[in-house]
Design a protein around this ligand. Structure first.
Ligand code: C5P
Length: 243
């Protein structure tokens, strides 16, 4: 593809100007980071796997009527997406206690939650994405109450879909993060799932063995991250031929 103008570079992805107005090209890097950049490595093939997996999840969501920013995959590492106005929140859905929730509340990882719980972090690397209550979000104007109601129902629909798909291949969806963007249509905002959905942003445990198949393998030095992601892609039938 011709040289394109870089719009934004994050820890795991780069956004370039897209071929048509209102579009961007999202490039998946092999870089892995944890602890907000404190731990870094390059995992050969991770970008290729996440590009495929995110395509798989986003097209699946679209097929059941959940709007996303995804347009089409362009090649091994790039996908064409809609340019959206990102709401500066990390929207986290938890089915089982793990990670920061388990730590904060002193819960054992894997404890089943009474119902899926949606929480919000303010998307800000310098601050380490702090957990924020809805009051802050509305008072600071990051989103309206209506947006938040819509985001919660969107996140729960994504959870139902992803949990079902993963359960079908013997994987428990412990928790995940999505980002949500606004697209303006006739002066009316529409919320869509944005960014990526991949084992970088989900906790995925084998139903039988409890083996971790997500970024915790890297965060906690549990073995090969690319083997874990390859296993997820293999089970879902989206293994690229050359990784
Ligand atoms: O660390 P914590 O338990 O809060 O993470 C909850 C979920 O959100 C995990 O699946 C994690 O991978 C994801 N997450 C993410 N990006 C962040 C923080 C959390 O994808 N910056």
């Amino acid at each position: 593809m011709a040289r394109r103008k870089k719009v934004y570079e994050g820890k795991a992805k780069i956004l370039y100007e897209g071929p048509e107005p209102g579009t961007l090209v999202q490039y998946f890097k092999d870089d892995a980071t944890a602890g907000n950049g404190a731990k870094k490595d390059v995992i050969d093939g991770k970008g290729v796997l996440n590009n495929r997996l995110s395509e798989f999840f986003m097209t699946g969501l679209q097929s059941i009527g959940i709007p996303t920013h995804f347009i089409r995959r362009l090649n091994m590492r790039e996908q064409l997406i809609r340019h959206v106005e990102i709401i500066p929140l990390e929207v986290i859905v938890r089915n089982f206690a793990a990670g920061s929730m388990a730590k904060r509340l002193g819960m054992e990882e894997g404890t089943v939650l009474p119902r899926p719980i949606v929480e919000f972090s303010y998307k800000n690397d310098e601050l380490g994405d702090p957990l924020v209550p809805e009051e802050y979000i509305i008072a600071f104007g990051w989103a309206t109450q209506q947006d938040l109601d819509d985001i919660v129902s969107l996140a729960l629909r994504v959870n139902d879909f992803l949990s079902g798909v993963m359960h079908g291949v013997g994987i428990k969806l412990v928790d995940f993060k999505i980002e949500v963007g606004r697209i303006w249509e006739n002066d009316y905002p529409r919320l869509v799932v944005a960014d990526e959905i991949s084992p970088d942003s989900c906790r995925l445990w084998d139903v039988e063995t409890g083996t971790k198949l997500d970024k915790d393998v890297f965060r906690r030095d549990l073995g090969s991250l690319s083997d874990a992601y390859t296993e997820v892609a293999r089970r879902l039938g989206v293994l690229p031929s050359n990784v």
